[in-house]
Design a protein around this ligand. Structure first.
Ligand SMILES: C[S@@+](CC[C@H](N)C(=O)[O-])C[C@H]1O[C@@H](n2cnc3c(N)ncnc32)[C@H](O)[C@@H]1O
Length: 261
């Protein structure tokens, strides 16, 4: 059993250095889940923006000598009309002037991939193997060990994304839903529908991220692995009430320290 090592400062630092739109506790949990997966070679992110989450995951994996391939999907909403871009205040605030200027000059998926590679090298000192798609409909049949779902407003949009991307998750992979909270009620609804249909099985409920398997057997295996891999259960994570799925009942993990950001 490894020692408990939740270090708020370390993960706040990742969040701030890479401008990740995430609770730092969820970054820690993401790392714990990655450490417990059998294979992490292919990662798909739906909603990449300035790429902070990918830079973080890349760094965590490089430290374990894993060179993962990343697929970023983002329609680069800022490219044609930055003043109408939902995250314009955030981007102008968090990116240093030079990165911000080049961010504004992104016009194509290749520009975006190029920008992200440079930004990754600059802030983390690491190379990143990333391809960028503008739309999830451009995805081929490749399957992923990790899918990180971080866009979608309406229930229909989120369901369409789940329908498109969920089949691309490996049976021993993890589907991460971000913003499982009142700010994204329709993403929550779409996710609950997928749970009811027996597509998503919660493994770990984080602060705002929820980590799912696509089958009950792997959900249980991963829960046991996470418990063995860390003793954080005692301090950070408790057991959720029985989760009743159409394929059986089990106890996912649930974070306790939801106030730590
Ligand atoms: C919340 S941001 C992603 C933040 C990022 N994952 C992080 O952790 O720092 C959402 C991004 O999704 C993109 N987006 C929204 N809807 C989309 C869609 N239907 N297809 C592709 N990209 C989309 C936006 O351009 C925006 O950059």
């Amino acid at each position: 059993m490894t020692a408990f090592k939740w270090n708020t400062a370390e993960y706040n630092n990742y969040r701030d250095k890479y401008s990740i739109l995430s609770a730092s506790l969820d970054l820690y949990l993401f790392q714990i889940v990655l450490d417990s997966l059998p294979v992490v070679e292919d990662i798909l992110e739906l909603g990449t923006y300035t790429g902070g989450a990918l830079i973080f995951l890349n760094e965590v994996l490089k430290k374990k000598n894993i060179n993962a391939q990343f697929t970023a999907v983002d329609h680069i909403a800022w490219a044609n009309n930055f003043s109408a871009f939902a995250w314009k205040n955030h981007a102008s605030r968090v990116l240093p002037p030079q990165s911000f200027n080049s961010f504004l000059s992104i016009k194509t998926a290749d520009d975006a991939a190029h920008w992200l590679k440079n930004r990754c090298k600059e802030v983390s000192g690491q190379d990143i193997d990333v391809r960028w798609l503008l739309n999830e409909n451009e995805l081929d049949d490749k399957k992923y060990n990790v899918i990180f779902h971080d866009y979608g407003q309406t229930a229909e949009e989120n369901t369409a994304t789940l329908d498109k991307c969920w089949p691309r998750l490996r049976d021993d992979g993890i589907y991460v839903i971000d913003d499982f909270e009142t700010a994204q009620p329709y993403r929550v609804i779409a996710t609950i529908e997928a749970m009811q249909q027996g597509k998503l099985f919660p493994v770990l409920w984080g602060s705002k991220k929820v980590f799912f398997a696509n089958n009950i057997d792997f959900a249980k295996t991963l829960i046991d692995k996470i418990k063995i891999n860390s003793n954080f259960e005692e301090y950070v994570v408790g057991t959720y009430v029985n989760f009743k799925s159409i394929h059986g009942t089990y106890n996912p993990l649930k974070v306790k320290l939801t106030t730590i950001q």
